[in-house]
Design a protein around this ligand. Structure first.
Ligand code: PLP
Length: 454
């Protein structure tokens, strides 16, 4: 590394997130300096196909000028204002209206009626947790406070959302999870199904486990269940057949609120605007972020049904204030960029494009089913996971010390491809604008990386 280069200064001064800090201190990392469509470039001029869209998020790639122009326009009009103390601004009002107009609403579901803006998915989910408690206090059920997440679910990094996330490494030495959180099983059909068990039978078993947990804890103590339509940070795990149908019936039976975490799935990732549409979810709240602004600005949203909002009105009347807020929530520049993102989706028919290229994307990755390292390939839309196994016939995983995921991820990087390894799985969520030739490029780079690891 060149002394005093920007890379050296990054290593010297920045604390990196979700990073092995010791290895980073010893070996350093990459410095990304620019982007072009689905590719990014580092400070040494190397070009990488960004098959993770950054953080599962840059849906329109890395060089969308219309978003930069929207930010510039808003900066010149109203560069900052807040939504505290009964004040507002046009971009927030317009964006909230636009989001509610496209919000999912399965037959028989309560429509989304209000929007709260935040800066990150973690803040949106953290707020949802607070609202679960606020709501149950408002309706006279103060004991209904426990929150259920899923093993390997990911919902954020705040104290509460890390507790809700079902990942032991997010808890270790942080003294988490907080005692009010519970985790039900991870519906990863490939990894956990029993010999001869159909997807549907597996889903039934998962739903039974959830019900057992609820009964063990006492239904009167459970306030909410959070789930991502497709588990992202858990390994790009698509739900098995009928899973959500069975789970939602249980939630309804015990009057447990359902929060759909659409932070990754929202805005086209699964081929519909929302994962909730792909899997017929009927949530009481929906959190979203990431692709809301194509990630060009930090913004997230929490959508609520009228029932939740009515309870907030009652509490506010009683207490004299809804005492919650973030300075940068509904930042006008972020709102303007999000609005422009939605306009681009419509003008360019981004959803139509996802549906058109998804079969090629899934087929290109499915070709690796025959690779000696690969046990399973699964996905939906432009969201896929590839699982590596030591033995295809028995699904025996690699020994943890072999770190197969990390090895493949490193080999991908060497081949100019950014993917994300999650234990033994490799996740793919490229920008939604990816073209057929770029999908083939992605598959070729991945194939070369797998062969190197073999
Ligand atoms: N929820 C899901 C499903 C996520 O994947 C993430 C981040 O990856 C979050 C919430 C947290 O979002 P943020 O990193 O913007 O706080």
């Amino acid at each position: 590394m060149i002394p005093n280069s920007m890379r050296a200064r990054d290593r010297a001064y920045v604390v990196h997130q979700q990073t092995n800090l010791r290895s980073f201190e010893d070996e350093g990392g990459l410095l990304i300096t620019g982007g072009d469509g689905v590719y990014v470039v580092d400070d040494e001029g190397r070009r990488y196909l960004e098959a993770m869209a950054g953080m599962w998020s840059a849906s329109l790639g890395f060089s969308e000028k219309r978003l930069a122009e929207a930010a510039h326009r808003q900066m010149q009009t109203l560069p900052f204002y807040h939504v505290f103390h009964a004040r507002g601004h046009e971009p927030a009002a317009e964006l909230a209206e636009a989001l509610l107009a496209i919000a999912p609403c399965a037959p028989g579901a309560e429509p989304m009626a209000r929007v709260m803006f935040h800066c990150s998915g973690s803040e949106a989910n953290d707020t949802a947790i607070k609202l679960v408690w606020y709501y149950h206090n408002a309706i006279g059920k103060p004991a209904k406070k426990k929150i259920i997440g899923r093993v390997r679910g990911y919902h954020g990094s705040t104290v509460a959302t890390a507790s809700l996330s079902g990942n032991a490494t997010m808890h270790a030495e942080f003294d988490l999870p907080l005692p009010i959180f519970r985790h039900t099983e991870n519906p990863d059909y490939y990894r956990f199904h029993e010999e001869g068990e159909s997807e549907e039978a597996f889903s039934r078993r998962m739903a039974d486990r959830l019900e057992e947990l609820i009964l063990r804890e006492g239904p009167d103590t459970i306030g909410a269940f959070f789930a991502e339509p497709v588990q992202g940070g858990g390994g790009a795990i698509t739900p098995p057949a009928r899973y959500f149908e069975l789970v939602q019936a249980i939630l309804k039976k015990y009057e447990i609120l359902f929060i759909a975490d659409e932070v990754i799935c929202g805005f086209g990732r699964t081929g519909n605007m929302w994962g909730s549409q792909t899997y017929e979810l009927r949530p009481d709240m929906i959190s979203c972020g990431k692709a809301l602004s194509a990630s060009y600005q930090p913004i997230s949203a929490l959508m609520l049904t009228q029932r939740i909002h009515d309870a907030m009105l009652d509490q506010s009347a009683k207490l004299g204030n809804f005492s919650h807020g973030f300075t940068f929530a509904a930042h006008p520049v972020a709102c303007a960029v999000a609005l422009e993102t939605l306009r681009i989706y419509e003008a360019d028919d981004t959803l139509g494009h996802v549906r058109a290229v998804s079969p090629l994307f899934l087929e290109a990755l499915s070709r690796f089913r025959d690779h000696p390292l690969v046990g399973d390939v699964r996905g939906v839309g432009l969201f896929a996971g590839v699982e590596m196994v030591a033995d295809k016939a028995t699904r025996r995983p690699f020994a943890p010390e072999w770190k197969v995921g990390e090895r493949v991820q490193r080999a991908c990087m060497g081949n100019g491809l950014f993917v994300r390894s999650i234990v033994d799985r490799i996740a793919f969520t490229p920008p939604l604008i990816i073209r057929p030739g770029e999908i083939e490029d992605m598959a070729a780079r991945f194939g070369a990386a797998l062969d190197e690891v073999l």
